[in-house]
Design a protein around this ligand. Structure first.
Ligand code: INS
Length: 338
């Protein structure tokens, strides 16, 4: 069965996913595209033999759209995801699920009322082979009970529009999701330390930041977010357990020895670092939709990520340790797949 996808938002990430759906993975076809910029929608649709439609609501209503991909601007996500649920169509939403926790909860409630999983959120680190290897080691008890996790999330640079809260909302959100999944534990409190600022960040941006998370079972996570590090896109994760330590592998790159030194290239951006993870994520989503229900990061995970990033932003602002004010997880989302 071919899953016919309609895409809402044809910007950079939308176009990248359209390429992935049409050229890289199997079992999918893009049949309709919409964008706030109608010319761009027409141009992107024509490239893949799809049609452009005027609005997200029109797109979701098209009879030949089996599943919806939302890659529009974050604040518009909730409206499109709710409309897809109302139409009974599976929907893949890039992060964030919604910018407001209250909207995430509305989505969670609507999905439960629909009675089956329809929503998947674009947290692609769960599809990276290195994180998957870490997860299988942890799940098999390979390092005993995890006690501490040391992480770093570094970007070479960010645009002027990037502000301090985005360190949590856009950047640390990846660790927030992948660590909840990796540890099978919930983040309950957060504190943020503000080291000396790099001169490579604009005056309003606190960069770097050190985020300290605590989980329900008492695991401590330290995460350095440094988005103007200059040297590359550098993702580190090291879990220390009672009997061992497991470290995220570096991406495979040749080692070069010359002029008396040894060098290994560092990826320069997230597309390069996680390209395979995105491909796997979309193949698995399409396969799961074809089989009945998505199995990846759920609406509940999207809600949790938004609540925890909100607490992180508040911790930076207040300088205090902030408790995460999360609802109890409904039975609907209990268990592995949900
Ligand atoms: C991007 C993206 C990257 C992250 C960046 C963020 O939106 O999510 O993976 O490293 O910091 O701005």
């Amino acid at each position: 069965m071919t899953v016919r996808v309609g895409v809402i938002g044809a910007g950079m990430i939308g176009q990248d996913h359209i390429r992935r759906l049409t050229e890289v993975i199997t079992g999918a076809e893009v049949v309709a595209v919409t964008d706030i910029d109608a010319d761009r929608a027409a141009e992107v649709a024509a490239r893949v033999g799809a049609r452009a439609v005027a609005t997200g609501a029109d797109l979701i209503g098209q009879p030949d759209v089996d599943a919806v991909l939302v890659t529009s601007w974050g604040p518009t996500h909730a409206e499109h995801v709710l409309a897809a649920i109302a139409a009974g169509k599976p929907v893949f939403c890039e992060k964030p699920l919604a910018t407001e926790a209250a909207d995430c909860l509305r989505i969670v409630e609507a999905e439960q009322a629909a009675g089956r999983r329809l929503v998947q959120v674009g947290f692609m680190r769960r599809y990276d082979s290195g994180y998957r290897e870490l997860k299988s080691i942890l799940d098999a008890g390979g390092i005993g009970a995890p006690l501490m996790v040391h992480c770093a999330h570094r970007n070479p640079s960010v645009p002027e529009s990037y502000h301090s809260a985005m360190a949590a909302q856009d950047t640390a959100v990846h660790e927030i999701d992948v660590l909840r999944w990796l540890l099978d534990d919930e983040i309950v409190a957060v504190q943020v330390l503000a080291p000396r600022r790099t001169r490579h960040a604009h005056a309003e941006l606190q960069d770097p930041q050190i985020m300290l998370f605590e989980t329900a079972s008492g695991i401590r996570i330290d995460l350095e977010v440094f988005v103007n590090c200059q040297w590359g896109y550098d993702i580190q994760c090291e879990t220390v357990g009672e009997t061992g330590l497991a470290r995220l592998p570096e991406p495979a790159r040749a080692t070069v020895r010359s002029a008396g030194t040894t060098r290994t290239a560092v990826p320069q951006d997230w597309r390069e670092r996680f390209v395979t993870a995105f491909d796997v994520e979309f193949q698995e989503w399409i396969d799961a939709v074809a089989a009945g229900e998505p199995t990846g990061p759920s609406a509940w995970d999207g809600y949790a990520a938004t609540v925890i990033t909100d607490a992180t932003v508040e911790a930076l602002r207040s300088g205090r340790t902030v408790g995460v004010d999360m609802k109890d997880r409904p039975a609907f989302y209990a268990g592995g797949a949900r």
